[in-house]
Design a protein around this ligand. Sequence first.
Ligand code: AMP
Length: 309
Amino acid sequence: MNNKLLVLGTMAYDAIETPFGKTGKILGGCATYIGLSASHFQTECGLISIIGSDFEEEHLNLLKSKNLDLGGVDQLEGEKTFFWSGKYHNDLNTRTTLETQLNVLTKFNPKVPENFKDASIVLLGNLDPNIQLEVLDQMHKKPELVIMDTMNFWIESYRDKLDELIGRVDVISINDEEARQITQKHSLVEAAQDLQAMGPKYVVIKKGEHGALLFNGNDIFCAPGLPLEEVFDPTGAGDSFIGGFAGYLVQQKKISFEAMKTAVIVGSALASFTVQEFGTSALEKMTFEQLVQRIQAFKSLTEFEIELI
Ligand code: AMP
């Protein structure tokens, strides 16, 4: 296993509204959050994405400064970057998409750079399943681990291709609402069983502020959500989670249920930083020491002793 992590996803501009305020156009996109999150680990991380000529130099420099390899990022002259705007409801766990402008995404022909065709872990971020499949098809051999994410936008209109993709991945990471939407099961345990029957050996179901569940056969691991005093903007929490999850696994060069339990905690800790400020700000500033402290907080939160007799 090598330490290469290949990430496919959007690099975007977002406009976000939460009960605490509203942003103008800010940096977003799942590849952006995943890359920033994974950059905290010892990995050679390459992004595959597409941007327009409006994508600011400052944002490219930010990603380069985190040692992210942008060889797979195409910039189209005279075109606009993918734009998404969303509004969070009072509980911050649910949101409504106000606008999705695909822009450059409609012209996206992803090209995996030669030096990433042997990446051990491929993370197919939330995107058109046709594009996710195209990336997988360009790999020299089957990667050690293929992880995928998706969202309602793609589940509603691309179901056949999505099912084909689910059949080819090892890990699917989605939120509770998406798991129910795909399987039509209310119980998350049943939903996870159905998802495993579709292909992936491992299923991660994110439950927003209530943590995440990891399923593998009959094994289940439950990670808590860290009770935070202030949550400003949940955008990118799922991407930061999975970026940390994959970054940790590739650094450890280990793929097992045991390693994934720790990876889920690491991902949850990263996501807990992301939600504390609008956009990518908190994730950009976070230090490795702060991350370690927060992982410790997760440990203390769930550690208890019990004597039954
Ligand atoms: P998350 O909050 O983890 O679901 O991810 C939020 C990010 O996903 C935002 O920064 C958006 O730019 C990006 N996004 C929103 N809609 C889509 C979509 N349909 N496909 C790909 N990325 C999207």
